[in-house]
Design a binder for this molecule. Structure first.
Ligand code: BEZ
Length: 212
């Protein structure tokens, strides 16, 4: 099983999908990317997830994020299942679903966990920056559908912390106060963050969200 770690370069691949043959890097272009696997087509939790992802497309687009899903089912199966998703979730699936029948992309990403199921992908999530580095990895079991609000929240954090010397605290949401990076001395932080810095402890300094 391949191991991809944070900071690794996301592997490129070419695969069949619900919209034809796709080269991953060409598809992403200069955007952020979210690659997420699900166990199988025509399954209930996956149907809610893919429908939810479709409904969130505007939110992801506003953040310059392109979505791409994956399972080990065929492109023909995806096409039939998308009709069901659109019907029952009252949406339009508007991103590709990779048809990884030979499991090559799944194995490249370690999306198959043999002790969970030898043949199906688990619910993996990879968030990839425009320079193709892997910024976030999540793994959920088949029995737990993902929270797409959390995926938006973490993208907000990744995009903020990529350009500002801050980190985001527990349960942070866009617009809320953030933590000054531990590497910055408080005196320097007070010059850097014009909205002010509150020193709660020498190692815990808060500042308003620089983008708020
Ligand atoms: C589901 O998507 O509902 C599902 C898929 C595989 C195992 C359990 C649930």
């Amino acid at each position: 099983m391949a191991t991809i770690r944070l900071g690794d370069t996301a592997p490129n691949f070419t695969a069949e999908s619900s919209v034809g043959t796709i080269n991953f890097y060409d598809y992403l272009g200069d955007s952020w990317g979210i690659l997420f696997s699900h166990p199988a087509d025509f399954t209930p939790v996956c149907t809610t997830e893919l429908g939810t992802a479709a409904k969130f497309k505007d939110e992801f687009e506003q953040r310059n994020v392109k979505m791409i899903a994956l399972s080990v089912d065929s492109a023909a199966s995806h096409t039939e299942w998308i009709k069901d998703i659109n019907e029952v979730q009252q949406t339009v699936v508007n991103f590709p679903i990779i048809a990884d029948e030979d499991k090559s992309v799944s194995n490249l990403h370690g999306m198959i966990h043999p002790k969970a199921d030898n043949n199906l992908t688990v619910r993996s999530v990879f968030i990839i920056a425009p320079d193709k580095t892997v910024k976030l990895i999540l793994t959920y079991p088949a029995s737990t559908g993902r929270n797409f609000y959390e995926l938006l929240r973490v993208i907000d954090s990744l995009q903020l912390t990529a350009y500002h010397k801050v980190a985001t605290p527990a349960n942070w949401d866009k617009g809320q106060d953030v933590v000054v990076s531990p590497a910055i001395p408080t005196a320097e932080a007070k010059e850097l963050f014009e909205k002010g810095v509150e020193e709660i402890k020498p190692y815990l300094r808060m500042t308003p969200d620089p983008l708020a």
